[in-house]
Design a protein. Structure first.
Length: 281
């Protein structure tokens, strides 16, 4: 199943038989004091700089999130989207829990974006899915509903089914739904990663959709986070995840290695090219 996203000039295809697509996560003020201060001041230069740095690190798509206390997302999100479009040519992921901010950003976007996100909660389904349909976007579906986030794969799978069914009911094709099976730190619960991986397998087997993860969540609060992240991401890709939301500069070598081992990198071209580039640097 292919999910196609585009900017004004570039298309990215997410699919089982393609290399893992990387969504750059760094345009997000959470935990970033300098970015937060700049956004509150209406200074988008740092957003443009971060966008360029992530594309230079080979991000395929950029996630744009400006949500924090003290800013008006309805005004700031489309401004940030425009600033990034003026700087780089990759497709964008519009990241907000505010439907009004999403619509404002969709109005200025050129191409087919990814929306992050819709959940199985009724208020989210009712507000976000019509926007996805109206603007011809694709959307990430989070496996949580009005009862919260289940702690077992079967309930998460049921929410994934609900999101896909409700999207179909408003005319959104299945290929435009990317399910996020949700990753949480194994530092708090050592079985949480196993639940996520098993959910990925079940969703892939029953729905066949593309899947994503904010994979670095798995190591939160632990030492040597890159080591834990690398192990988890490789397992997630093998289980069926086709795009990752991550700090691309940190994870790309591991992802390329996983793609190579899993047969997604014909003749090892991408792996070898990346190695040669690192040697030059």
């Amino acid at each position: 199943m292919e999910t196609r996203l585009s900017s004004a000039t570039k298309e990215v295809v997410i699919a089982d038989d393609q290399p893992t697509v990387l969504i750059g996560e760094r345009i997000n003020p959470t935990g970033k004091k300098k970015l937060s201060q700049a956004l509150k001041a209406g200074n988008l230069e740092i957003v443009s700089q971060e966008a360029l740095a992530q594309v230079q690190a080979k991000a395929d798509i950029l996630d744009i999130n400006v949500s924090m206390f003290g800013v008006d997302e309805v005004i700031l999100l489309p401004q940030a989207v425009q600033a990034v479009m003026d700087t780089v040519d990759v497709p964008l992921c519009l990241d907000s829990a505010n439907p009004q901010a999403l619509e404002a950003a969709l109005k200025v976007y050129k191409g087919k974006p990814l929306i992050n996100s819709v959940t199985g909660e009724e208020h989210s389904l009712e507000k976000v899915l019509p926007l996805v349909k109206e603007y011809g976007a694709a959307v990430i579906g989070l496996v949580q509903d009005d009862e919260g986030i289940p702690d077992n794969p079967e309930r998460r799978l049921a929410i994934a089914h609900k999101i896909v069914d409700r999207a179909k009911a408003v005319g959104i094709p299945r290929q435009d739904i990317i399910i996020d099976c949700l990753a949480f730190t194994v530092g708090a619960n050592t079985s949480s990663a196993l639940v996520t991986i098993e959910t990925v397998r079940k969703v892939k087997a029953e729905l066949g959709v593309n899947l994503t993860l904010g994979a670095s969540n798995v190591s939160f609060g632990l030492p040597d986070r890159n080591l834990a992240n690398s192990a988890f991401m490789a397992m997630a890709i093998a289980a069926g995840v086709t795009c990752l939301i991550a700090d691309v500069a940190k994870v790309r070598p591991m992802v390329l290695a996983a793609d190579l081992v899993l047969g997604y990198d014909k003749h090892a071209r991408r792996y070898i090219e990346a190695y040669r580039q690192r040697q030059k640097q």
